[in-house]
Design a protein around this ligand. Structure first.
Ligand code: UGA
Ligand code: MN
Length: 308
């Protein structure tokens, strides 16, 4: 009887250990990622399949204007962590400020991204006031032009690359970066939740852009949101004067850059002939900080040493 019990126990032990081992092996296979330990700052990161093999790809230069506000760190954190999933990417962050802030400098230093940190202040006459409706003046114009200036100073037409203007509050699928990677002149795709529509975007026939699905200022030469196109670096460097016009009529900012660079017929439709939405013009609600102000007046505001 004692011998039998021991056998049962042994069989149970072997079967359950094999099961456990098998389950662990399956877990490893599903993940398909290699853990990397950065010895510099002890941050553990998963190197995903999306990010591998960037050596011979054209570099995507992502240009992001950004400005100080209570939710800036949250926006930049979200965006930087999306960009971590994209290989061969260089983030050009341009602050709308008189100098680089430590908030953005620290965030970039810890991001593990390849980046360039610039700044230029929007002239006061062009700057949106807190009380203004947000459409009154264009935003991020001087900053995007500063990035174009940096690219022209620091890159040559031989460098293979593509430039994408990615605002800090939109939502980006990693698929949109795969779509734009090989851009001959200017590639285009639809953008979700913009222009008062579910999406706004190019209409394609026979592989060519023939018109646009839009309902707002339909006479715009390029009725495309900033998030809906990417430009070849070579094309930008070969047109050294091409830039965003700070005085462009509302809605004509994108056209002011694209007009001298390309014709509608030359646009390269991506995202399955512009039928897939991989980027959304989301906007974050302004945080309500009434209670903070009340507490501050009583000298009991939140700890300023805690970075939010
Ligand atoms: C829309 C477009 O999607 C923008 O690309 C375009 O610049 C803008 O309209 C415009 O007409 O100027 P919207 O969501 O209304 O975008 O603009 P924001 O997201 O408020 O600003 C666009 C970018 O400029 C953001 O990255 C933001 O951080 C930056 N910004 C905004 C500044 O650098 N300074 C500011 O004072 C305000
Ligand atoms: Mn926005």
């Amino acid at each position: 009887m004692r011998l039998k019990l021991r056998n049962v126990f042994l069989v149970y032990f072997v079967v359950s250990s094999t099961g456990l081992l098998y389950a662990l092996l399956q877990l490893g296979q599903q993940c398909g990622c290699t853990r990397q330990i950065n010895p510099g700052n002890n941050i553990h990161r998963w190197e995903t399949p999306h990010r591998r093999g960037g050596e011979n790809m054209p570099v995507i230069y992502v240009v992001t204007p950004t400005h100080t506000r209570p939710h800036q760190r949250a926006e930049l954190t979200r965006l930087s962590q999306t960009l971590l999933l994209v290989p061969a990417l260089h983030w050009i962050v341009v602050e709308d400020s008189a100098q680089r802030t430590s908030l953005v400098s620290d965030l970039l230093a810890q991001s593990e991204l390849q980046y360039t940190h610039l700044h230029v202040q929007t002239p006061p006459a062009m700057k949106l006031k807190d009380s203004d409706p947000n459409w009154l003046k264009p935003r991020g114009v001087e900053q995007r032009n500063e990035a174009l200036h940096w690219l022209r100073e620091n890159r040559s037409p031989k460098d293979h690359g593509v430039v994408y203007f990615a605002d800090d509050d939109n939502t980006y699928s990693i698929k949109i970066f795969q779509e734009m990677r090989n851009t001959h002149k200017v590639s285009v795709w639809p953008v979700g939740l913009v222009g008062g529509l579910r999406y706004e975007g190019p209409l394609v026939t026979g592989g060519k852009v023939v018109s646009f699905h839009t309902a707002w200022k339909t006479h715009r030469p390029f009725p495309i949101d900033m998030a809906g196109f990417a430009v070849s670096l070579t094309l930008l460097l070969n047109h050294p004067k091409a830039q965003f016009d700070p005085n462009a009529e509302r809605g004509f900012l994108e056209s002011s850059l694209l007009g001298p660079l390309v014709t509608v017929g030359e646009l390269e439709p991506k995202a399955d002939n512009c039928t897939k939405i991989w980027v959304w013009h989301t906007r974050t609600e302004k945080p309500k900080l009434k209670q903070e102000e009340l507490l501050e007046k009583q000298g009991k505001g939140s700890d300023p040493k805690i970075l939010v």
